[in-house]
Design a protein around this ligand. Structure first.
Ligand code: O7E
Length: 221
């Protein structure tokens, strides 16, 4: 995944035509498109290959099962054309290893959720977020998911993992995070959904966030 705009679109719409149109319109301003349950359950797994015409696709299924089931899920995801899969880290090292093994067979990437962006993310996951981050680094994951709503947590996780893993960070805009702050805290990419796909002009909204990232937290870059 090439880093240009430092932004990933979370395409959580449920209509195929709308999804394809938004992906095409914003492709100039995003480095990847994240596809998850809302879109895939509504339109089918085939949407992954259709969207891959516009950008690399990250399949957000937050895979969280025993190793064998994780393996079966990841095989389907990569057969469908995804470039990366998002998995939960709390299920433990063996479950994560199964995902990483399949990804490496396909030459694809795994992102591990270490901590979530919503208020409830602080209840159970945050206390073990740093442990999960260390495990993901040891297991050879490609990247981590860390919360844009708490840039201080992104910074703490970046300090733990150094430059070993990439960090993708959801929670910008609709959940309150500011894109340039999160990049300054150590994220490689921000993930943005509603602020783009619900905008009157998704293309203009994506262009503005990309410009804000480029300008930096105080507009000084
Ligand atoms: O709030 P939005 O509309 O900008 O969308 C954010 C997207 O990121 C949405 O798809 C949501 O499911 C996802 N997300 C979070 O918001 N918080 C998290 O902690 C984790 C994710 C996520 O995508 O996990 C894998 C990256």
């Amino acid at each position: 995944m090439e880093k240009k705009s430092c932004m990933i679109l979370a395409l959580d719409v449920s209509d195929r035509e709308e999804a394809l149109k938004i992906a095409e319109d914003v492709s100039e301003f995003v480095d990847a498109v994240k596809v998850g349950y809302p879109l895939v359950l509504a339109t089918g797994l085939g949407i992954i290959r259709e969207l891959s015409e516009f950008a690399p696709i990250i399949a957000d299924f937050k895979v969280a099962d025993i190793p064998n089931t994780n393996r079966l899920i990841c095989e389907q995801v990569f057969e469908a054309g995804a470039d990366a899969v998002i998995v939960q880290g709390f299920t433990g090292r063996d479950s994560l290893d199964a995902c990483i093994e399949v990804a490496s067979e396909y030459g694809k990437d795994v992102f591990v959720v270490s901590e979530m962006s919503h208020p409830g993310g602080a209840e159970f996951l945050q206390p073990v977020g740093e442990t999960i981050a260390r495990m993901a680094a040891q297991a050879g994951a490609f990247g981590l998911v860390a919360p844009a709503t708490r840039p201080e947590r992104v910074k703490a996780i970046r300090e733990i993992i150094g430059d070993k893993l990439t960090i993708i960070s959801p929670g910008v805009g609709a959940q309150g995070g500011k894109a340039s702050d999160v990049i300054a805290a150590g994220a490689d990419w921000v993930i943005v959904g509603r602020s783009i796909y619900r905008a009157d002009s998704p293309r203009e909204a994506a262009r503005e966030i990309a410009a804000e990232i480029e300008a930096g937290p105080n507009g000084e870059n």
